[in-house]
Write a protein that binds this ligand. Structure first.
Ligand code: RB5
Length: 365
């Protein structure tokens, strides 16, 4: 493991002690890199060191970082401005342990003027020797990551749900791989869509029902109304339909077909067939890739014009540009995605993405 250290003048002495302490662990494969400062006598500005260290941890040049200033406060505030850096200012061994177990903090901030040497070293040890607990903490930390990686407005964050389940992430990793065959790709898209059903149906309303078990009568729950519609956007959205129907087999299926006008580049409807009572249904519009958001926004518009009210957009991979577009046109629509990627390239493909989902589903390339 590679650990990067940094301090200002006020944290210099403690940083040096930590360096010595960690130096004793070099046989265990611990490598220590010191970004300075190199004296307690010359005053320096903590943000300069904090940001350099935080960037080197966020971009994974180093595995973890330790920052020391007078109180640890300035270092932690500055480091936490760097996306991907999660700095925890701790003042006890328990906090040092919990900031790993619950918060997955990759940077430890300490106060050189406020912490006794022996306590500080014990905090460093606790922090280094504790792993992230994952589970429910992954979901919470994931929300912080989503916030920082989504270059969209605050209201949008509340309507953007990124599925953090390990199985979903694992399968998304496989469909990204260009070596994955058409058959595997098709199966995995169905599986991911199926797994996402648990999240996208989380807010369905339940009603109490009386049930007689072999032992006694009891109150159980049933989904109220049970009126759902899934609406794939042709053609790639079709790849998600069966996975969802396996879990909600009574859902009605509508279809929306859009093509891009080569001159205006605007999406144009060529097919739309929706369940007759669409206005009463919870509607899940399906499209594996939310890239520019043009088709998704147009499909939502189309469904709304036919009376659709409660609309959720379900995709596998989204780009921030697409999320922005959908939410600027339809702020009421909740988006669920299995991954939020970095950006669109000049050809409108999501980066890193997985290429063209339609071609990969149907083997048309
Ligand atoms: C430097 O005097 C001091 O302000 C700095 O080390 C740090 O404590 C800031 O948060």
């Amino acid at each position: 493991m590679k650990i990067v250290l940094g301090s200002d003048h006020a944290g210099f002495n403690l940083k040096e002690e930590i360096k010595k302490h960690l130096g004793k662990m070099s046989e265990n494969g611990l490598e220590v890199i010191d970004f300075g400062t190199n004296s307690s006598a010359i005053s320096v500005d903590y943000p300069d060191i904090a940001i350099t260290v935080a960037e080197s941890v966020a971009n994974k040049t180093y595995d973890k970082g330790i920052l020391v200033c007078g109180t640890g406060i300035g270092m932690s505030i500055a480091a936490n401005k760097v996306p991907g850096a999660y700095a925890a200012l701790v003042c006890s061994v328990e906090m040092a342990r919990l900031c790993r177990a619950h918060n997955n903090a990759n940077i430890l901030a300490l106060g050189g003027r406020t912490t006794k040497l022996e306590d500080a070293l014990a905090m460093v040890d606790a922090w280094l020797n504790t792993d992230f607990d994952e589970g429910r903490h992954s979901r919470r930390v994931g929300k912080i990551k989503n916030y920082e990686s989504c270059k969209v407005s605050d209201s949008c964050h509340k309507k953007l749900n990124i599925i953090e389940h390990p199985l979903v992430k694992h399968k998304v990793g496989i469909i990204r791989d260009k070596k994955t065959t058409v058959k595997e790709f098709r199966e995995l898209v169905q599986e991911i869509a199926g797994l996402m059903v648990y999240e996208i149906t989380r807010n369905l309303v339940l009603e109490e029902v009386k049930v007689e078990t072999p032992i006694t009568e009891t109150i159980a729950y049933s989904i109220a109304g049970k009126k759902m519609a899934i609406v794939p956007i042709l053609r790639a959205g079709l790849g998600m339909v069966d996975g969802i129907l396996q879990l909600i087999p009574n859902a009605k299926v509508g279809h929306v077909g859009l093509y891009r006008d080569p001159e205006t580049l605007e999406p144009v409807e060529y097919y739309c067939k929706l369940p007759g009572d669409i206005e009463e249904r919870d509607i899940f519009i399906l499209d594996p890739m939310l890239a520019t958001g043009g088709s998704a926004a147009a499909a939502i518009e189309l469904v709304k014009r036919r009376g659709g009210k409660k609309i959720t957009l379900v995709c596998l991979i989204a780009a921030p540009e697409g999320v922005n577009k959908v939410h600027s046109h339809h702020p009421d629509v909740e988006i669920y995605t299995a991954a939020l990627d970095d950006h669109l390239n000049d050809h409108g493909y999501i980066v890193p993405g997985l290429g063209d989902a339609g071609d990969r589903l149907f083997g048309t390339r």
